[in-house]
Design a protein around this ligand. Structure first.
Ligand code: FAD
Length: 591
């Protein structure tokens, strides 16, 4: 019997015997069990035999796991054996990834992928689509769709309302549709994809196509590596239609309140200017991490005579040829906007207040993502689904240890580039512990630029760089704290976005926002991600302290992968399957 088979057999026997101590003893002292809904009805990482035993003591009787087996031959490298596994629970079926060292578990990922009795109608279960025979009362697919559109939200209430209709809501909506969960997506813009269309005109996705697929329909293999924003907008619009989503465009959610006794929300919306009340059981805020602008308040903004706006409102460079433009900020949006203005003949100055992490797009693709998300990965049998699971299997607690060597390699490979940037006065960083871009994203969601060309312009002085804090604005200039005057016809505030629980405060109440606390971050005790350690991203895709309220979002990769677990949690509640949540997160920060 192989190591892995032996381990799974011992683990399965201990679990069946409800011998939690024996099960926990199969893990190393330093070990991590990350569970996505299967055992905890939560997204939760437990660490070491003690925490593992405590989790099993609480959950095992209810979960009743069985049928542990490998789904393909394990791999061994550097003393670690990695195995794809599958199992069942009382409620569903799960899969995962196990890493063994010296016969004991180092990391275990368990993930629920379907609920028994509620399997998605796909593959061998796909719908027939036609009713053969003669039926005078035949209702066509189109008639059914039209009837649904007329009744849902009016004479029938949805189970779920998703606030916001960006890519996050659309992917989640598709999964809920497959699971038969009646859902309405409310989006204040007119059309799916508008949240991309309305961003500055030079924007292309910063992540490559292999990382960006939505659930169910992959981009075709002629799709560009970096999708232009309007093209992704069109894809989302097409996707929304063919996935049969109940997408209410031109619909603004005004407010929502939860009736504890009834277990339903009252959601006031305005659809095409008409007030309407929805009464869903579950409310998902998919209002975007990057959609509530963080606008600074600077003395003199009211006297400045030129144009000024947040980066999210920047119309593009066309009207600024020959003008003096000052862009405040030095992360992704600032760089993209500076480069587009420069290309259009503007005189551009970037104001850098604090250090920024920069990594060249090609280098990031090759060293950072290449093994999991690339043509090379596909050729090696790493499908998007497998890549997502491999990524999810690295515990957040030690993820930086895997990232640091990659960023060391990047620093070495692009040494000349970084030297030139620093010589131009640019303040660079690599994250507090040198772990680079992805950790910065997970911890604070900001503080970096994936270089697609603007850095060269900074290094050679075409984009002028000024370091320091802005003191005030005058009628025609930005004045720095050291007195430097930057004449300006345009000021762009590329100053980032606010935490998503700001949306809960705005749409529900400040009390509910405080009750659920900060959204995003790991509690890593690094810049902008205060401790204590949380182990998972705060409030994302999992139960919150406010019953029946959920947050969904993140980049395309996260939305694709975690929408499955959120959809299963919502479906389980609709079907009144018991869902005892283990380790509901505590709130340590309000925003
Ligand atoms: C400049 C820039 C570049 C980016 N590049 C990438 C990239 O390359 N790859 C990547 O994966 N991610 C990228 N992102 C992150 C990007 O924001 C997300 O991937 C994506 O937009 C998130 O989708 P979402 O659905 O969570 O939120 P959003 O796309 O922000 O959608 C939220 C929606 O909610 C709507 N809304 C808000 N309030 C209400 C209300 N009260 N009623 C109704 N509707 C409401 C808004 O109109 C908006 O359409 C980038 C972000 C920015 C700003």
């Amino acid at each position: 019997m192989s190591d892995v088979d032996q381990w799974l057999s011992d683990f399965g026997s201990a679990l069946s015997a409800r011998d939690t101590a024996a099960a926990a003893a199969l893990f190393h002292d330093e070990s991590f069990w990350r569970d996505l809904v299967a055992f905890t009805w939560n997204l939760k990482t437990v660490e070491g035999p003690g925490e593992i035993e405590a989790m099993l003591d609480t959950q095992l009787e209810h979960i009743q796991p069985s049928g542990w087996h490998v789904t393909e031959p394990p791999d061994t490298a550097d003393g670690v054996t990695t195995a794809w596994i599958a199992f069942e629970t009382a409620a569903g079926r799960g899969n995962g990834l196990l890493r063994l060292r010296d016969g004991k578990a180092w990391t275990l990922l368990t993930a629920l992928y379907e609920l028994k009795g509620h399997e998605e109608p796909r593959g061998t279960h796909r719908p027939k689509g036609v009713e053969h025979g003669a039926n005078p009362d035949r209702v066509t697919w189109l008639e059914q769709r039209m009837q649904e559109a007329e009744t849902l939200g009016y004479s029938e209430q949805p189970e779920v309302v998703i606030v916001g209709g960006g890519q996050g809501a659309i992917g989640l909506g598709a999964r809920l549709r497959q699971l038969g969960v009646p859902t309405i997506i409310c989006e204040r813009n007119e059309r799916p994809g508008d949240s991309w269309r309305k961003r500055y005109k030079s924007l292309c996705l910063h992540d490559p196509v292999w990382y960006d697929h939505l659930p169910y329909i992959k981009f075709p293999d002629n799709w560009p590596i970096f999708s232009p924003k309007d093209k992704i907008g069109d894809w989302l619009e097409m996707y929304t239609r063919v996935m049969e989503l109940n997408y209410w465009g031109s619909t603004t959610v005004r407010n929502a309140s939860f009736d504890e006794d009834e277990g339903r929300w009252t959601v006031q919306v305005e659809r095409h200017g008409q007030a309407l009340t929805l009464r869903p059981r579950q409310l998902v805020l998919a209002t975007g991490m990057s959609s509530q602008p963080n606008m600074p308040e600077i003395e003199g903004m009211d006297v400045f005579k030129g144009d000024q706006h947040h980066s999210s409102k920047h119309p593009g460079p066309d009207q600024y040829a020959g003008k003096k433009c000052v862009v405040i900020g030095s992360n992704n949006s600032a760089h993209d906007i500076c480069a587009a203005l420069w290309e259009n003949g503007a005189d551009v100055t970037m104001v850098q207040r604090s250090s920024t992490h920069i990594v060249r797009s090609d280098t990031l693709m090759e060293i950072g993502l290449g093994d999991l998300y690339s043509e090379k990965a596909l050729a090696n049998g790493i499908t998007t689904e497998k890549a997502d699971m491999i990524f999810a299997s690295i515990p957040y607690r030690i993820m930086h240890e895997f990232q640091i060597p990659l960023y060391d390699q990047m620093r070495e490979r692009d040494k000349d580039f970084y030297d030139r940037l620093e010589a131009a006065g640019f303040d660079l960083d690599w994250g507090d512990d040198g772990s680079g871009l992805f950790m910065k994203y997970l911890r604070r969601g900001s503080g970096y630029y994936i270089d697609v060309g603007a850095s060269e312009l900074v290094a050679n002085g075409d984009i002028k760089l000024v370091r320091g804090k802005v003191a005030r604005l005058t009628e025609h200039a930005v004045v720095m704290e050291d007195g430097t005057q930057l004449p300006a016809d345009l000021v762009v505030y590329a100053t980032g976005y606010k935490s998503m629980n700001g949306w809960a405060a705005e749409l529900i109440s400040p009390e509910v926002a405080d009750k659920v606390g900060k959204v995003w971050g790991l509690g890593s005790d690094t810049t902008k991600d205060p401790g204590p350690w949380e182990g998972e991203q705060r409030n994302m895709w999992k139960p919150t302290q406010q019953p029946n309220l959920w947050f969904h979002g993140g980049n395309l990769h996260q939305s694709r992968h975690y929408s499955l677990y959120l959809a299963l949690q919502l479906k389980a509640r609709m079907e009144e399957i018991e869902t005892p949540v283990y380790g509901l997160q505590e709130v340590h920060h309000l925003a």
